[in-house]
Design a protein around this ligand. Structure first.
Ligand SMILES: C[S@@+](CC[C@H](N)C(=O)[O-])C[C@H]1O[C@@H](n2cnc3c(N)ncnc32)[C@H](O)[C@@H]1O
Length: 303
């Protein structure tokens, strides 16, 4: 299994290839799948709104409902197989696909622990003027088994909301943060239009990765888009596997994560393991090998 790898492929085929992703090997899956919200009455194709605020109307986001239910079940089932017994899965969703997501999690034996409500502080106004302005998305957190990682103190530290005396508070399940914008937002070649219509904010992934995994753990994103998950995983010394079907976005992830130097906070700069070394360390932990044992041996046992 190659760590710190980005695949330009369909996620279900990669998730089901046990040479590429070992069963029981992943600590955290963050999945931001198609919400299946495109097409229904939306006229604008390919994000003509431009800038930071882009309308999602993409071919990868359109399916018949029965196809969408099967697709959701398929990738959720595949994620269950590759998660460690104490691993966590996070599924980003909106009112469009929260039902299918929870049903698939339950059908595949996951236990839902929390549903985070992302309160989008700069949400787009509603253009139809016939419904309330949509200002929320959700992130479902579910676990495969017992002993999940929950970095309680770290999450308190990350909570921007403080007590009156400035002391830290427990992290709650409503997270207020803006849609990804400004310098953080990746743009197309002429620098005007957002490169990806649904780029998630770095702060969202920071809370998930620091709160629910430890250094050197493996974080997997089956729908990597612009690569926010591998970018944050690398920044905070986690290993990553990312899968993205569209060539254009795959190239953007390579550029963002592999070809550009990522500025790490000082506490994460000490450890500077090479890709090969981190794979060795990871396999040692997974199979109980000493660090002298090599990758081939681990592969043999896996088969
Ligand atoms: C909602 S976006 C993810 C955005 C990402 N979280 C970010 O921060 O940029 C979903 C992505 O999944 C990709 N995708 C859709 N179906 C896929 C599949 N079957 N396998 C792999 N990628 C897929 C789309 O091309 C799209 O980039």
């Amino acid at each position: 299994m190659q760590l710190n790898k980005i695949y330009n492929d369909d996620c279900i085929s990669i998730l089901n290839d046990s040479n590429k992703i070992f069963p029981n090997s992943i600590q955290v899956v963050f999945a931001d799948p198609p919400y299946n919200l495109s097409g229904n009455g939306l006229k604008s194709k390919d994000s003509t709104t431009g800038g930071d605020f882009t309308m999602v109307n993409e071919d990868w986001d359109k399916m018949e409902e029965s196809e969408f239910i099967n697709f959701t079940n398929e990738w959720v089932k595949s994620c269950k197989k590759i998660l460690k017994p104490n691993g966590s899965i996070f599924i980003a969703c909106s009112y469009h696909n929260i039902g299918e997501s929870i049903m698939s999690l339950k059908a595949n034996g996951f236990e839902v622990k929390n549903i985070v409500t992302w309160n989008k502080s700069n949400a787009m106004p509603n253009l139809t003027r016939r419904v309330l302005t949509h200002t929320t998305e959700f992130i479902i957190w579910a676990v495969k088994g017992k002993g999940w990682v929950f970095n309680y103190e770290k999450l308190k530290e990350l909570n921007p909301d403080k007590k009156k005396d400035g002391a830290v508070k427990q992290m709650r399940d409503i997270w207020t943060m803006p849609l990804c914008q400004g310098r953080e937002r990746l743009r197309d070649e002429d620098g005007k239009k957002a490169l990806h219509p649904t780029q998630k904010p770095e702060e969202l992934l920071k809370r998930i990765i620091l709160g629910f995994s430890n250094e050197n753990d493996v974080i997997l994103d089956p729908f990597a888009g612009s690569g926010t998950t591998p970018y944050i995983a690398k920044k905070y010394n986690r290993n990553f596997i990312a899968i993205e079907k569209e060539k254009k976005y795959f190239c953007a992830i390579e550029e963002r994560v592999c070809k550009t130097e990522i500025k790490k906070p000082t506490q994460y700069t000490k450890q500077n393991t090479t890709k090969h070394q981190s794979e060795q360390d990871y396999l040692s932990g997974l199979f109980g090998f000493s660090s002298q044992d090599n990758t081939k041996q681990a592969r043999k046992i896996q088969m």
